[in-house]
Structures are given as C-alpha cells and as structure tokens.
Design a protein around this ligand. Sequence first.
Ligand code: ADP
Ligand code: MG
Length: 477
Amino acid sequence: MTNTEQDRWSRVKGRLRSSVGEDVYSSWFARMDLEGVQDESVHLSVPTRFLKSWIQAHYAERVLSAWQAELPEVHRIDLTVRSAMRAATPAKEPIASAEATRRPERTDARPMQELRAVATVPVSASHDALGGSPLDPRLTFASFVVGRSNTLAHAAARQVAEGRRGDSVMFNPLYIHAGVGLGKTHLLQAVTWAGNAASERKVLYLTAEKFMYGFVAALKTQTALAFKEALRGIDVLVIDDLQFLQGKSTQAEFCHTLNALIDAGRQVVIAADRPPSDLESLDDRVRSRLAGGLVVEMGSLGEELRLGILRSRVAAARTHHSSFDVPDQVLDYLARTITHNGRDLEGAINRLLAHSKLNNQPVTLDMAEREVRDLIRPQEPKRIKIEDIQRVVARQYNVSRSDLLSSRRTANVVRPRQVAMYLAKTLTLRSLPEIGRRFGGRDHTTVLHAVRKIEALVNRDTALSEEVESLKRQLQE
Ligand code: ADP
Ligand code: MG
C-alpha cells in the first residue's frame, strides 16, 4: 500500500470516527483494515463474520460516504472477513453502492436488497451464540396489571419497550427489584415481547444462569469472541434474576458486557430480588454501575392489585374453558387471603379450574376455601433494610444518619451506631463485611465487636434491652 493510500485511509477513519462517535467507532471499526483501492472499489476487511454483517447492516452507507468525501470516484465498498493467515481469496460482495445511496426508493436495486438481507444476520447469530431464555407467551404487557406498587416499574419498562433504535437512552440500566412472585419476570418478558414485536430492535432475554452457562460454554468451545460480539449486536439486553450471577470470571465478563453495552448506548434491563447495594458478591464497580441508572422497587401486591391479577387470570383461563366462572365473592376471598405473591394467585386459579373441570362443578366459596387452604400463609416477616435500621435508630437517639456512618467516636454516637449494627446483624441476612461497608466502610471486626458488645449489654441492662425491643417493633410493623 502506498503512503498516499495509507494517509487517505487515516483520514477516512477520522471522518468515520467523528460521524459515529468514539464509542461506536471503537466497538465496530477499530479492527477494520484497508486491503486496497481499485478504480471505483475500496476493499476493506474485518476479523470476524459478525463484525462484517453488523457493519453491513448498520454502517454501510457511512463507510461509503466517508470514502467518497476523500475520493469521490469511489462507488463501492467490498468488506471481507480476513482469515487468520490473510491467504484466502476474498469473496467480493458490495456492501453499499453509490446507486443505493442516491436512489434508496429503487426497490429492485440489488445492493439494497443485500443490505436488507444481512440486516437479520446479527439477530440469528446472537441467538445461535447465546440462546435467549425461553419466553412465556402469557407474560405480556396486556396481561400485566398495574397498581400502586408497580406503577413506576411498569412505566419505565414500557418506555424501554417502546424505544427505537438510535433513540437516546433515558435510564441505563433499568434495574427492577422485588421479592419473589411480585412480577419481575412478567415485566421483563413483557419488555422482550413488545420490544421485539414493535421495532427493528433486537431484545434478548437471558436469565443470569443462562448468561453464565452461555458464557462458560462459549469459553469451552473457544468462541468467547463470537459470544461477546454477538452480545454486542443486541439493542436491549434483559437479564433476569441477577442475584444468581456467580463466579469471578462470569462477573468480570458481566461487568465488561454491561460497560460495553451501556457505553454504546444500548439499553440494559435487569431484575433481581434485592437492590444493587445488596448484591454482596458483585464487586463495587459493577454495583455502582448498576445503581447508576434507574433503580425501581416493586412493592408487595396490594389487595386491589391482587384482585386485578386474579381477574386477568380468570379471563385468560376462560379463553380455553368458556364455562369456567369464578364468582366475585370467591375472587374477593382469594384476594383478601392469598397475600403472599403472584405465583400463589396463579396457583389458586389453576386449582379452581382443575377442580371444577374434573368434577364438573361450579366454583363456590366452600370449594375455594378447601382448595386453597395451603396457599394461605401467615404474613411473611417484612424485609428489613439497613437504611431503615439506620433511620429508625438515628431518630430514636436523636442523631443524624451521617453521624452513624461517620468516624466520630463520642459516646452519644458510638452507642447508637453499635445498636444499629447489632440490629443489622440480627434482623437482616447481611454479612459482617457488608454491614461494615454500609456503615461508612468499617472493618468487619468492628461490626463483630459492636454486635458482641450489645448482645452482652442487653442481658444486663434492662433499659437498653427495652430500647432494642422497641426499635425492633418499629422496624417490623
Ligand atoms: P418474580 O419474577 O418477581 O418472582 P413473576 O413475574 O414470575 O414474579 O410473577 C409470578 C406470577 O404472578 C406470574 O404468574 C405473574 O404473571 C403474576 N403477576 C405478578 N405480578 C403481576 C401483575 N402486576 N399483573 C399480572 N400478573 C402478575
Ligand atoms: Mg422471576
């Protein structure tokens, strides 16, 4: 290659970089090489098929116009995958032609058809490489009931699902957390269905386990690069049950993927059973990245919402079993007594359906009481958070929460701080190091010391013991 050609290529790359932005440029074009220029054609190469098809599908015209700005006679870009040894003769395939750029309305223009044809490649390639987790066709926005506890999460999820390629991303990642059976998976799958149906974007839904095994499997077959690139071809990545993500290398990979996607302006949606700050096994950088978007909690299902879910389930069942009917009285009873989670509500309707079908009987209140007895559980103890403990303790002792987290060692702060750490240890499942971290970055031995100290004191000091009991009550109500 001549020096002039080299210089020209540098300028073309500069133009591309400023036209697509640094992030996109480094994701997709950093490893593109110039093979040569011949008359009207420029021959470029990239190291993988995935890169090739992605560039063809998304950036063909930009590449062409960057060249034309330097060399107006260029009318065609050939992009090939270079083999490891650069020996194979490249199959020539125009990725864009001046004709296509000038007359996009021409439906019979071959290059345009080719452009369209390859546009689907990243989609199936990513599926082959990753295998999205199976989706349940019933879990859509249409069947998702909105109530007080999930309004914000629902609105954010809708926003994500309705986004279009190239839209600026409003919050990234969208992180939804809630206890078991409160609708996380339902909402995430709804985003996936709606996103894939409505726009040209590719939405991939993966459980954290699938992410782990997909990745581990890919590593074993030494296609880690293909895996990563396929993942980068996703517009919206949805990961469910993030709390199950385990293992150092998986986490490193997750972190990497997350950063790559977010930096490239792709949307990431995550669900977990706890807030990012409580994902103890993840390292700090990942946690703060997760917390840097929109974090929404879905609370427990209120009675009205439970009633809504029951009605939607009955309506769904009736599409197949038109004779199935559940009287309002029974629905009210179920909504009042099955307070635990959405799964039990679904289970209750399934049982009533099975019972009434098998015995050919209408659903009555008596029958419902018998059938769902075991689904009625005593109220679950409330999930207590470290922040709540700090707030309640600070209020009781008339200090500020930042005093509790500070390094001040005056007696009026030391004792409340120890009490708060003791409560954190006894009322939550958090580990000592985690508690230390949440109390202004203290060492776990400091926490242990505080816990032992208060444990010893409550046995001797009735006033303190009563204070602690009262704090517990306030936290549990
Ligand atoms: P999670 O993933 O949070 O454990 P799921 O999304 O699996 O919970 O929900 C459990 C069950 O409750 C599912 O059958 C789901 O359809 C139903 N469900 C939960 N919340 C809602 C809701 N707001 N509207 C309709 N169904 C819901
Ligand atoms: Mg779930």
